[in-house]
Structure formats: C-alpha cells, structure tokens
Design a protein around this ligand. Structure first.
Ligand code: DGL
Length: 292
C-alpha cells in the first residue's frame, strides 16, 4: 500500500512529499554520520570510495531495495523514493547526504536539494571527463533507461559532447545481476556483451559507467571491451566533492578512530545481507527499514 502525505520536519524545515519509514536504530546512533543511498546495493561502489577517502567518518547506507530498480520506474516514483529516504536520513541527524544513484540524481536531486539545508552530493554520469579522454571521438554511456532518457543527461551531452559522438545505451538486466551478486556467470557475460558490443563496433573507446551498480561488473566489462577501452566510474570524484563540502562547512570529523558503517534496506534483509557482504567484502549486519 502506498501512502502519500506532506511531512513537515520542524527542525530541518523540510517540507516534502514522502512516505514514513522507520528502523529499530535510534536517531542518536546515526547523529553526525554521512548518509549514502541508492535503489539497492550498487551505491556500495560509491560508499567504498567515501570510506577510502574519509575512513574516520561514520557512514550510514540505505539500499532502497524494496523499491528497486529505479531505472524502469516513473519519475514520480523515483522522486517520492528519493525524498522518502533523504527525509529519513535527515531525521536521523546525518550531516550530509550522498545520492549514490545516477537515476535518482538525474530525476530528483534538484527537488531534494530544494527541500533540505543539508549538503547533498550527487553522482552523475561522467560525460565531461569521458569527452576529455576519448581519442576516437566516440563515447558510450551505459546507464538505466530513466538516466539515458533524462533531461539532465541531454543537458550534459549538449554541454560537453557537441563535437563528439555520444552513444547512450540503456542496459536492462544488469542491475538485477548485481543485486544477486552474480558478477561473473555466463548469463551475466552474455548480457554485458549484448549491450556493449554495438558501442564497440561503432568505435567507442571510452565507456561511462553511468549506474553505480556497473562498477561491480568492471572485470567482466574490461575483459569484453579489451585494454584499449577506458571504463569511467566517478565514485572517487564524488568522495572528493563530499570531502570538500564537509571541509568548507567545518564538519569533517576530528576523531581518529575508524568510523562505523551501518547498512539498512527497505527490501528483503537476508538477500541484502548476502549481497552487501559479497560486494562490501566483509560480513555486514543489515537492518530493516520498514514503512510505518
Ligand atoms: N544504481 C542506480 C544508478 O546509479 C540505479 C539502479 C536502478 O535501476 O535501480 O542509476
């Protein structure tokens, strides 16, 4: 059942259309952490870059797996989910929100930014760096259906790719393989070949990983594409931008101990636990985040 209502947060002055969600963890435990979210486990590729850049910060990650994949859903649904998760993170007292999902960024980052005073750092397809790198003049952008059809990507292409060929390629099915942590099977390889072969045949020498799930397919993609093709993942740039924003507003942690990392999912906890443990590379406790 989907309940919509206007939620007013008196402390943060967030007024947003969102759906209430809750977890057993109290807000106090997440106070001052950095909030990171994606439709599922793909955003862990951004989380690991943030962890490497800011090891002393406390991190809280939300996989909105109960509502994934975002890439095949309506803009209204993606916006509602982005506001719902963003609002929950704000209520927990996080000091910044990172949108680790290109689809949520291109559809809803602007709306989220309008509704919170928190710094919002959002990943987007690395079209600008790809244009700077290509030697053949042909760039492939691999992303979800919503991302390749978005106005935001059309703007990036117009802004940076006017004198290049930018091939936008939706890759249905890839997200599901990563959610199952099925990164190397023959089925996964066939699915990757199906969508990148036409780009390679048209001369693409640079492929933008425009969905945060895709860096987990990097090994297989690199093997198919060959060493002359560059694969671009902007996760480290996102971590640098986040660091810069926290430094600018004086909110970088001063603690010297390693920060904690907490994982939440709106989907099946056991499945998320398996996928997070596999992709994060350490046993992870995933907590349920349920609709009220
Ligand atoms: N990981 C998300 C992205 O970067 C999308 C996955 C989905 O379709 O849910 O776009």
């Amino acid at each position: 059942m989907c309940k919509f209502f206007f939620y007013e947060n008196p402390v943060l002055h967030i007024r947003t259309m969102s759906q209430p969600i809750a977890s057993a963890t109290t807000a106090k435990q997440l106070q001052g952490a950095i909030g990171v979210f994606d439709s599922g486990v793909g955003g862990l590729s951004v989380l690991r870059a943030i962890r490497a850049a800011l090891p002393h910060e406390h991190l809280v990650y939300v996989a909105d797996s109960g509502h994934a994949p975002y890439g095949d859903q309506s803009e209204a649904h993606i916006t509602q989910r982005t506001l719902t998760v963003g609002n929950w993170l704000a209520e927990q007292g996080v000091k910044a929100i990172t949108i680790a999902c290109n689809t949520a960024t291109v559809v809803a980052a602007k709306t989220l930014r309008e509704q919170t005073h928190l710094p919002v750092v959002a990943i987007e397809p690395a079209i600008k760096p790809a244009v700077a790198l290509t030697r053949s003049g042909v760039v492939g952008v691999l992303a979800t259906r919503q991302t390749v059809h978005s106005a935001a990507v059309a703007r990036l292409v117009a802004l940076y790719g006017a004198d290049k060929r930018i091939l936008l390629q939706a890759c249905p099915g890839w997200v599901e393989q990563v959610e199952r942590a099925d990164l190397h099977s023959a089925e996964t390889e066939a699915l990757l070949r199906q969508f990148i072969t036409p780009l390679l045949e048209q001369g693409a020498d640079t492929l933008v990983l425009g969905c945060t799930h895709y860096p987990f397919l990097r090994d297989t993609l690199a093997r198919i594409a060959g060493e002359r093709v560059t694969l671009l993942d902007p996760a480290e740039a996102v971590a640098r931008e986040l660091t810069r924003r926290l430094a600018d507003n004086g909110s970088l942690t001063t603690q010297t101990a390693l920060g904690s990392v907490k994982f939440f999912t709106t989907g099946d906890v056991a499945q998320a636990q398996l996928a997070v443990t596999h992709l994060w590379g350490a046993t992870a406790q995933v907590e349920a985040l349920t609709s009220d």
